[in-house]
Design a protein around this ligand. Structure first.
Ligand SMILES: Nc1ncnc2c1ncn2[C@@H]1O[C@H](COP(=O)(O)OP(=O)(O)OP(=O)(O)O)[C@@H](O)[C@H]1O
Ligand SMILES: [Mg+2]
Length: 268
């Protein structure tokens, strides 16, 4: 692997509130993600995790408060950020894998030799050194997700925003990609905010796990620091204890969320 590194930037959510029309989705969110930190965001379905991530990317405008990334207020786009979506439908099907990966640098004026070098470097980084000439349709779901990650990393973002990037994959592929992501994150030094529903995934990857409360007006319910050494060992007593706390914490919010939707616990 080559020596490409990025300096992770901090991102600050200050008294943040986001509404769509009359519906207040999240409110009074205060969170500072440290430079180079890996933060996982968990919470019941519909509480506003994707909305929050989109706001960090500058796609959604805060209704109240502000988001500051590397000292600049995020408004109408965040030049420091790259976003990885749950579905790899975001790939350009008509381009080879290499051209998908070098798309950003090409748009920024990289010449052919630079594009080839970048595509080779990032495809190697995600474990696909021999797939550059293929088209996305010739790849499996896990391989497509690796290409998506390579395409985002090729822009050398100092903040990577990931919205359930492994959500659609089988458990084994997911585990492999988690281990690779952990390695890539340590290698590149970028800051990561990662949304997941999977507590094990959060405990494999995160420095801190942020649990959101049930919406509407969802906020931050609790924050857990994960001190266990990396790579994480699921059998570590500290990890087991955190798992149990997180499971109870999230279950309470899921029940609250369903109750807010008119579904009672005895019906579950
Ligand atoms: N563009 C939009 N316009 C109106 N309402 C929206 C919009 N985007 C999201 N919402 C609403 O905001 C709330 C939060 O949605 P969001 O997608 O952020 O939830 P989530 O926590 O990511 O859920 P999931 O875990 O299911 O992905 C939902 O009630 C959703 O209907
Ligand atoms: Mg979502």
């Amino acid at each position: 692997m080559t020596a490409t590194t990025t300096t992770g930037v901090p991102i600050d959510l200050r008294e943040l509130g986001i509404s769509f029309g009359d519906a207040e989705i999240v409110s009074e969110i205060n969170l500072r993600v440290r430079p180079g930190e890996f933060v996982c965001l968990l919470g019941p379905s519909g509480c506003g995790k994707s909305t929050l991530l989109s706001a960090m990317a500058g796609f959604v405008k805060p209704s109240v408060g502000e988001i500051v990334c590397a000292g600049d207020e995020v408004a109408g786009g965040n030049p420091h950020a790259g976003m990885v979506f749950q579905s790899s439908e975001a790939l350009f099907e008509w381009m080879t894998v290499s051209r998908n990966v070098s798309y950003g640098p090409r748009m920024n004026g990289a010449n052919k030799a630079e594009q080839a070098r970048i595509a080779a470097e990032y495809l190697a980084m995600v474990g696909l050194p021999h797939s550059g000439k293929k088209f996305p349709a010739q790849l499996s779901g896990g391989m497509r997700q690796r290409v998506q990650i390579a395409r985002v990393l090729a822009n050398q973002p100092s903040l990577v925003l990931m919205d359930e990037p492994f959500g659609a994959l089988d458990a084994q592929t997911r585990q492999v990609l988690q281990i690779e992501l952990d390695r890539i994150w340590r290698h590149t030094g970028c800051t990561v905010v990662f949304v997941t529903h999977d507590i094990d995934e959060a405990l494999t990857l995160a420095d801190r796990v942020v649990v959101m409360s049930a919406g509407p007006k969802a906020g931050i319910k609790s924050i857990y620091e994960v001190h266990a050494a990396r790579p994480r060992d699921r059998a570590d007593p500290g990890v087991i204890e955190l798992y149990e706390q997180l499971r109870d914490d999230i279950r309470a919010e899921v029940v609250a969320s369903l109750r807010n939707q008119g579904i009672e616990e005895e019906q579950l």
